[in-house]
Design a protein around this ligand. Structure first.
Ligand SMILES: *[C@@H]1O[C@H](CO)[C@@H](O)[C@H](O)[C@H]1NC(C)=O
Ligand SMILES: *[C@@H]1O[C@H](CO)[C@@H](O)[C@H](O)[C@H]1NC(C)=O
Ligand SMILES: *[C@@H]1O[C@H](CO)[C@@H](O)[C@H](O)[C@H]1NC(C)=O
Length: 199
């Protein structure tokens, strides 16, 4: 009888020890979680986070395949020879962004990234590019754009998916309109309007 009681006491002690260890482990896990994630007052991160700004940029984007100094290069040809949309091709770009439609007008940044045919039914590309600004207070800051560009459409819209520098926490969108296109060389100039919300 006494032996049985001892056994019960021993089991209870074991259970309580295990429970206490588990509770400590959970508490420790909570502490660890707080070590790597915490809620910040936006004003503590940056005083300016109080004031959200909407900035509009108007520029021309030069997609140049021809000549000795192209800014766009096809790096993958469409493997589907019969595709009318060139499905699968990929071009890498480092395209100048200028104030005016002429390539010789003031350079404000470069548009770096790639686009490729992502549609088997109509000519539409997936565009992923960083707008790297090179002028004034925007110098060195970037806006990341990503979206679908149906080339034949009059106006195409691309999403701002983020930014760096001046454009931290950026959201917004860009619209593009083809200003010139040379079918022989593939060279194109597009007019861009970029609307970016940032702090
Ligand atoms: C496309 O054409 C190339 C060269 O003519 C050939 O080697 C390749 O197999 C073709 N690909 C397809 C998917 O038909
Ligand atoms: C932009 O920043 C770079 C690197 O800091 C500097 O070399 C360049 O002169 C700046 N450009 C302008 C227009 O301020
Ligand atoms: C179109 O590109 C071709 C090939 O580079 C060139 O010879 C021609 O002059 C260009 N046309 C225009 C209108 O710029």
């Amino acid at each position: 009888m006494a032996q049985k009681l001892n056994q019960i006491v021993a089991s209870l002690l074991l259970i309580s020890t295990l429970l206490s260890a588990a509770t400590q482990a959970i508490a420790r896990r909570d502490d660890e979680e707080e070590d790597y994630v915490n809620a910040l007052n936006p004003n503590r991160l940056n005083r300016r986070l109080k004031k959200q700004k909407l900035t509009h940029f108007h520029f021309y984007w030069h997609d140049i395949y021809s000549g000795s100094n192209p800014s766009a290069m096809q790096v993958v040809a469409s493997p589907a020879n019969t595709s009318t949309t060139g499905f699968g091709f990929v071009s890498m770009i480092d395209n100048p962004m200028t104030v005016g439609p002429d390539i010789g007008s003031k350079l404000i940044g470069r548009s770096q990234g790639f686009y490729g045919s992502a549609d088997q039914r109509e000519l539409a590309v997936l565009v992923t590019m960083n707008l790297v600004f090179l002028e004034g207070r925007y110098n060195g800051s970037t806006v990341a754009l990503m979206g679908r560009n149906r080339i034949a459409a009059g106006i195409r819209e691309t999403a701002v998916v983020g930014g760096t520098g001046v454009f931290r926490f950026a959201t917004g969108y860009a619209t593009a309109r083809t200003q010139r296109f040379n079918q022989t060389s593939g060279d194109a100039v597009a007019e861009y309007n970029l609307y970016v919300l940032h702090y």
